[in-house]
Design a protein around this ligand. Structure first.
Ligand SMILES: *Cc1c(COP(=O)(O)O)cnc(C)c1O
Length: 362
């Protein structure tokens, strides 16, 4: 087999090699049925079984308490930005948003199309280099929900502690850090994540929804954008993204077989500390973008002294087999995305490359 790239892509991103191999093995014939999983009805017993198993795997791994539904939706996390206010933001209420970066901003802009919003905490003045203090949030009584972005994929800041919102439903966009660590799901009324960073390929969005959120939701919004539709039909209202759900199923089994979320977190911390160490011990040659107290264990953002040197870094890194280290076009700089599926060896190789690059250019 050819050597796998050191894949630090931000999304779509690395998948576990074992998962790709299993998918390859089952591509032409799925479980002895003489066809692939893509060639059969989503009403078949095989798909119903896959749908149910994927839900229960997620419930088990993420320790989702009773009273929540797991949904597989389409349209990416970006569609959830609209579906949330359409379903949950009523006239006379306010949608609360914590403004932590590019993705929080997109969620907020979409909500503004449908109702009243309020930024209840922001780190915009600090160029989103930290997660604001959310330990003492004063939420107005008319707050329909509080929306947070658990990990800002572009800027590289991640919540270390989620806010307590009392009776106000907490909604979390975990697109880029779901299953990177254990989470107290009971704090949330809803968690959602596009799959293509930490769960599988693009095409499916996982939604974890507390059942009471469905009480008196509006009926005059498109059928496909109503959570009620997907709950009532067990994510089989229309044709689901069968292959993406299949891949998520394999990724969940891979996480389970590799020790679950406690092991994932430990490994992610070991992986990222190698790279943060290369930054912190460089005497200022590399500069971490994010305040150490808000650093992400999924997306590491850093800078060099100027554009020229950053370009040189990217060019040389590519020659050494590293992929995806260029920062997002909106913020520039460098970014290493170290999702669950990125191996320890890749992070170790990157840290070594960084030290070596500094020796040659410092
Ligand atoms: C990638 C990303 C999104 C957008 O996901 P799509 O599936 O492309 O719509 C939203 N939020 C966060 C935090 C992301 O990282």
């Amino acid at each position: 087999m050819t050597k796998r790239a050191y894949n630090f892509n931000a999304g779509p991103a690395a998948l576990p090699l074992e998962v790709l191999q299993k998918a390859q093995e089952e591509l032409v014939e799925y479980q002895g049925i003489g066809m692939s999983i893509m060639e059969i009805s989503h009403r078949s017993s095989q798909y119903e079984q896959l749908n149910a198993e994927t839900q229960s795997l997620l419930k088990e791994l993420f320790a989702i308490p009773d009273g929540y539904k797991v949904l597989f939706m389409q349209g990416g996390a970006s569609t959830q930005f609209a579906a949330i206010p359409m379903n949950f933001l009523k006239a006379g209420q306010v949608g609360g948003y914590v403004h932590t970066g590019s993705w929080a901003d997109k969620a907020l802009k979409e909500a503004k199309l449908f109702g009243e919003t309020k930024i209840v905490a922001s780190s915009e003045a600090d160029k989103f280099t930290r997660i604001p203090d959310v330990s003492q949030l004063a939420l107005d009584p008319g707050t329909a929900y509080l929306h947070i972005t658990s990990n800002e994929t572009i800027e590289g800041a991640q919540y270390q502690q989620y806010p307590d919102t009392g009776s106000v439903p907490l909604i979390g966009d975990m697109s880029s850090d779901i299953l990177c660590r254990p989470v107290d799901v009971s704090k949330f009324a809803m968690i959602y994540a596009g799959a293509q960073k930490n769960l599988g390929p693009s095409g499916v969005t996982v939604v974890i929804l507390r059942e009471d959120m469905l009480q008196d939701t509006p009926k005059n919004i498109p059928t496909m954008l109503r959570y009620e539709t997907h709950v009532k039909n067990n994510s089989l209202y229309n044709t689901p993204p069968v292959y993406s759900v299949y891949m998520v199923n394999l990724v969940l089994k891979w996480i389970r077989d590799n020790g679950g979320l406690t092991a994932m977190e430990k490994r992610n911390r070991e992986k990222t500390s190698l790279i943060y160490k290369a930054i912190d011990q460089s005497g200022g040659f590399y500069r971490g973008v994010v305040d150490p107290g808000s650093r992400s264990i999924m997306n590491i953002t850093f800078r060099l002294k100027d554009d020229e040197l950053e370009k040189q870094f990217i060019k040389e890194s590519e020659q050494h087999g590293f992929v995806g280290l260029k920062g997002h076009r909106s913020v520039g700089g460098l970014r290493a995305s170290t999702y669950n599926a990125v191996p320890y060896e890749a992070c170790k190789a990157l840290a070594e490359f960084m030290v070596d690059f500094q020796k040659r250019n410092g």
